[in-house]
Every structure is written in C-alpha cells, then in structure tokens.
Design a protein around this ligand. Structure first.
Ligand code: SF4
Ligand code: FES
Length: 232
C-alpha cells in the first residue's frame, strides 16, 4: 500500500523558517512508522534527520508527534493510520536541532537535578542492597520509564510554564522517593515542593495518555503531592 507522509523539516543553521515536506512510502499494514521513516531516509531523501536506536520501544530515542500525538515511531503501526496522511513533527516544547531531532539537554538536566540514583548513608553491603518484593512492587510502574520525553512534550502546562520541572522529572523523583533503600526522603520531597515543581501539575492527564510504557504518571505526581501534605 502507498502511505502519504508530511514531515516537519527545519535546519536552523540553513532555513529561514520550518516547512513541511511530502513523501509517499510503499509499505505494509504491520510495518512500523519507523520503518517508513527509514525507507524515506534510505531510498528517497538522505537529508531527513530523526533519532532511533533499538527499534523496539526500549531506548526512548524516537519520540515525536505523530498525527498530533506524542509517541514512539517504533511502536506505531502503519495500519493504525490507514487511510490518513501521517504528519510527523518534533516533540513540542523542545528546541529543534534538525527536522525531528530535538535538544534534550534541559530535559536531562532536570532529571539530574533530582539526583536519580540511590542516596544512602549506610555502609555498602558485601553484595547488592536488597529490597523486599513488596517494596519493589511500589516502584514497578515507574522503573519502566525510558526517558522518551513524550509525557513532558505532551503536557499542556509546559506551554504555559517552561520552568515546570515536567512529568518525567517527577516520575524519576517518585522512583527514588519511594525506594525503601534510599534515606533522603525528606530532602527529596523538599526539592520538588515548589510552584514550578510538583505543584505546577494541574491534572491534565495528557502525560498518562501518551506514555508508551503505560506509567500512571499523573497518579504518581498526585501521590507525591499527598506525601508532601502528610509531612507538613
Ligand atoms: Fe516516556 Fe513515560 Fe518516561 Fe514520560 S514517563 S519519559 S512518557 S516513558
Ligand atoms: Fe528505541 Fe523507538 S527506537 S524506543
């Protein structure tokens, strides 16, 4: 089948303004949107830029806007868009480096801000720090995060308030706040307890709707808020 694509093109060093370019790809219903992008790049237009790595929803590289919704191009199938033109755009709220490639620096800096690693004063055990299955279960959902940034890009708050830490940062905050082996709970809570932190979330739920790993993002943010209220 022939599938029409309209793709955002912009090279800030060369182009005065962004534009859209149209392509038609010979494809099959069970192929992925990423396969189509590869075919465009390899067979029609080598100048097209986008990110990819694993091709299987693991690395988080190919987040983009597909027909208006943030998603991973390797997780969306051609048959999901049959009969429509597929419009591909870069993740919103991120500076465009080229075409579908965005600058992730600020996003990753914000993740670093919450210190995304275990903080504990206790002496290192001989082997790994163990955790009970019950304690691990509390983190089951959030440890699936692959830092694709779809949630942050889709969040309507980000367009009104670019200083908002963003849903992905808060998912990572949750992941270490509720880790039974971490002993910086109070400090971690304090670090996100401000107006551009956890309180900027007003429950649009868009992050939860787009998360390719089905993480209950909004619910996790609300659990953090509840914990802050409890400790006031
Ligand atoms: Fe991507 Fe979901 Fe992690 Fe957000 S929470 S960065 S959408 S995997
Ligand atoms: Fe790795 Fe899509 S290419 S998640």
């Amino acid at each position: 089948m022939d599938m029409p694509f309209k793709i955002f093109r912009y090279d800030p060093g060369v182009d005065a303004a962004p534009h859209y370019q149209e392509y038609t790809v010979q494809t099959k219903p069970e192929e992925r949107i990423l396969d189509c992008l590869n075919r465009i790049k390899w067979e029609q237009d080598g100048t097209l830029s986008y990110r990819l790595s694993c091709g299987h929803g693991v690395c988080g590289s190919d987040g983009m806007k597909i027909n208006g919704r943030c998603a991973l191009a390797c997780q969306k199938l051609v048959k999901d868009y049959a009969g429509t033109e597929v419009v591909l755009e870069p993740l919103p709220h991120f500076p465009v480096l080229k075409d579908l490639v965005v600058d992730m620096d600020l996003f990753l800096e914000r993740i670093q801000l919450i210190r995304p690693h275990l903080l504990t004063a206790s002496a290192a055990p001989e082997r790994e720090r163990l955790q009970s299955p019950a304690d691990h279960k509390k983190l089951d959902a959030v440890i699936r995060c692959i830092l694709c940034a779809c949630c942050t890009a889709a969040c309507p708050v980000m367009s009104e308030n670019p200083n908002y830490l963003g849903p992905a940062t808060l998912v990572w905050a949750f992941r270490f706040l509720f880790d039974s082996r971490d002993d910086q709970f109070a400090e971690r809570l304090k670090q996100i307890d401000f107006s551009d932190g956890v309180w900027a979330c007003v429950n649009y739920f868009e992050c939860t709707r787009v998360c390719p790993k089905e993480i209950p993002v909004t619910k996790s943010i609300n659990l953090i808020k509840r914990e802050i209220e409890k400790h006031r």
